[in-house]
Design a protein around this ligand. Structure first.
Ligand SMILES: O=C(O)CCC(=O)C(=O)O
Length: 249
């Protein structure tokens, strides 16, 4: 069966749009009412407990929480990414983006500057757990920015270590990825994105799912991953054997 013969198949026009613009979506993984149930479980079982990453409760919860494993491997996400990357897919990281009212800006960046993967190939899905609007600081992206690797400089004292050098790009064409709970968008490892300070009185909770191929070496013991980290074979098979995996917890 070809990768694109599934019920979430991308059209050729959507694939071309991704190649041209470095993002796709929003798409719906589940209706808001279903995400409300998942959100309740995340609030009671996940955000309030320690997970496998000793530095952060927000990372790698696919390893210990079935609800997060299921979200990260949802066919609405994985089958669409299969239309971009092919039939064998690895979810190598999951992390929450939990921005409380007043939460700080995340500066413009290209993710590949932060990751221990080689070759540098990844497609991410950003899933809205809360409703995400301009007011509570939705992610913004710059279409087409993935076609160039930009220099990154220190973002001293701001909690997010690096940012794209503001002298190296033009943010004028940025678009806002506003999402209903259960919606997500897809973007590449070099798509420039940011989010502003959360100036609303509403939390903005989302989760990123990072998807790559079995040919990619993931340095799983290194930050932002951690000792004992396991990835997921989300679709197809891994005949390479470079990385550590585990199934549904
Ligand atoms: O949620 C945010 O504000 C930033 C998200 C992000 O940087 C990412 O998913 O790579």
């Amino acid at each position: 069966m070809k990768a694109n013969q599934n019920s979430y198949a991308l059209s050729r026009a959507e694939v071309d749009f991704f190649v041209e613009n470095g993002y796709l979506g929003p798409y719906t993984a589940m209706p808001p009412a279903e995400m409300a149930q998942i959100r309740a479980e995340i609030e009671t079982k996940v955000l309030t407990t320690d997970g496998p990453n000793p530095r952060s409760r927000d990372q790698s919860r696919h390893m210990d929480q079935p609800v997060i494993f299921d979200l990260a491997t949802h066919p609405a996400i994985i089958d669409r990414i299969a239309c971009l990357l092919g039939p064998d897919l690895v979810v190598w990281a999951t992390n929450f983006w939990n921005k409380a009212p007043g939460g700080a800006e995340i500066p413009w960046h290209q993710d590949i500057n932060f990751w221990p993967i080689e070759p540098p190939l990844n497609t991410s899905a950003w899933i809205a757990i809360d409703e995400v609007t301009v007011e509570n600081s939705c992610v913004q992206i710059i279409p087409g920015s993935h076609r160039e690797s930009l220099p990154h400089i220190k973002n001293t004292g701001k909690g997010f270590g690096k940012m794209a050098d503001p002298a190296s790009f033009e943010a004028a064409g940025a678009i806002n990825m506003e999402l209903k709970p259960g919606e997500f968008f897809i973007f590449s490892e070099r798509t420039l994105h940011r989010s502003s300070k959360n100036t609303s009185d509403k939390r903005r909770l989302g989760m990123s799912v990072r998807v790559t191929l079995p040919i990619v070496h993931v340095n799983q013991d290194s930050s932002p991953l951690h000792e004992g980290h396991t990835a997921i074979i989300a679709k197809g098979k891994d005949v390479m054997g470079f990385n550590r995996y585990a199934g549904r917890p």
